[in-house]
Write a protein that binds this ligand. Structure first.
Ligand code: NAP
Ligand code: GCO
Length: 263
C-alpha cells in the first residue's frame, strides 16, 4: 500500500454530509467519494435530493439521499437510525448545512436571529449527538463542522451568522474535548469567501463587496468549492488522527492579512 493510500484512503468508510445537494456540501461529498468513502447526504427538499442523486450518479458516485431537516431532533434521530440500518454506521459526519440572513442588527427580529442559530449551531449539536454513539461503539469517527471567516471576524449585517459560526468553533473544541478519549476527532473547516449560491448576491456585477473581498484576500480571488476538498479528505482520514479541536481555515490568506492600504 502506498503512503498516500495508507494515510488518506477512505475505503470502507461511510460519510454523511448534510445539505449536500449542491455548493460546498456536494463538492466535499464528491471529494470523500473520490477517496473511497460511501456517501450519504440529506436535504430539506425531496426534489433537490432526487436531482442531486442524478448528479452524483453522473459523476460515477452511488450516493444515498435522505430528506430531513437538521434542526428537527426527532427527524434527525429517526433518519440516523434508518441510515444505520440501510447503509451502515456513520464513520464521518460533515455538518455543512447552513443559512445566512444579511440584516443589520437593529432591524433583525429575534425570530430571524434564532432561526440562523438553530440551523448553523443547534443542528450541528443535534447531528453530532445522533451519530456519536455509533462512532463510540465502532471505536472512533470523524466530525467536521463547516465554520466560517465569521467564526473569527464580524462585519455589518451578519450578527446571527457570526454568533452561530463563532459558537460552532467552540462547539468543535468542546466536543473534541469530550469525545477525544473515544477516538473521535472533531475539527472544523473555515472556508474563506467561496463562490456558491450563498454568496451569489455579493458577487453580482458592480457589487462593491466583490472588489472588496478580492482585495482583502492575499490570493486575489474568490475561493472555489474545489479549494476545500483537500482539507475535507485530510480531516476525514487517518492522516488527522491526532488533530482534534482544530479549525483549518482555507481562506486564501484572509485571516493572516490586515488589508490593503487605500490608494
Ligand atoms: P448553500 O449553497 O446555500 O448550501 C447550503 C445547504 O444547506 C443547502 O443544500 C441547503 O438546502 C442546506 N440546508 C439549509 N438548511 C437546512 C436544514 N434545516 N436542513 C437540511 N439542509 C439544510 O451554501 P454553501 O455556500 O454551499 O455553504 C455550505 C456551508 O458552508 C454553510 O454552512 C455555510 O455557512 C458555510 N460557508 C460558506 C461560505 C461561502 O463563502 N459560500 C464560506 C464559509 C462557510 P436547500 O438547498 O434545500 O435550502
Ligand atoms: C457574508 C458572507 C460570509 C461567507 C462566509 C465567509 O455575508 O459576509 O456570506 O459570511 O458566506 O461564511 O467565510
Amino acid at each position: 500500500m502506498s503512503i498516500i493510500d495508507d494515510f488518506f484512503s477512505l475505503k470502507g468508510k461511510i460519510a454523511l454530509v448534510t445539505g449536500a445537494t449542491h455548493g460546498i456540501g456536494m463538492a466535499l461529498a464528491k471529494a470523500l467519494a473520490g477517496a473511497g468513502a460511501t456517501i450519504v447526504f440529506n436535504d430539506l427538499s425531496a426534489e433537490r435530493t432526487e436531482n442531486a442523486l442524478k448528479e452524483y450518479k453522473a459523476a460515477g458516485i452511488n450516493a444515498h439521499g435522505y430528506v430531513f431537516d437538521v434542526t428537527d431532533e426527532k427527524a434527525v434521530n429517526e433518519s440516523i437510525a434508518k441510515i444505520t440500518g440501510e447503509v451502515g454506521v456513520i464513520d464521518i459526519l460533515i455538518n455543512n448545512a447552513g443559512i445566512i440572513k444579511r440584516i443589520p442588527a437593529l432591524e433583525m427580529s429575534a425570530a430571524d436571529f434564532r432561526q440562523v442559530v438553530d440551523v448553523d449551531l443547534n443542528a450541528p449539536f443535534i447531528m453530532s449527538k445522533a451519530v456519536a454513539p455509533g462512532m463510540i461503539a465502532k471505536g472512533g469517527g470523524k466530525i467536521i463542522n463547516i465554520c466560517s471567516m465569521m467564526s473569527e471576524l464580524g462585519r455589518e449585517t451578519v450578527s446571527a451568522y457570526a454568533a452561530a459560526k463563532g459558537g460552532l468553533k467552540m462547539l468543535t473544541r468542546n466536543l473534541a474535548s469530550e469525545w477525544g478519549a473515544n477516538n473521535i476527532q472533531v475539527n472544523g473547516i473555515g472556508p474563506g469567501y467561496i463562490a456558491t449560491s450563498q454568496t451569489g448576491p455579493l458577487r453580482e456585477e458592480g457589487h462593491p463587496f466583490n472588489t472588496f473581498i478580492v482585495g482583502r484576500t492575499p490570493a486575489g480571488r474568490w475561493g472555489e468549492v474545489e479549494d476545500l476538498q483537500g482539507a475535507a479528505i485530510f480531516l476525514s482520514s487517518r492522516a488527522s488522527d491526532f488533530v482534534n479541536g482544530h479549525v483549518l481555515y482555507v481562506d486564501g490568506g484572509i485571516l493572516a492579512y490586515l488589508g490593503k492600504l487605500p490608494s
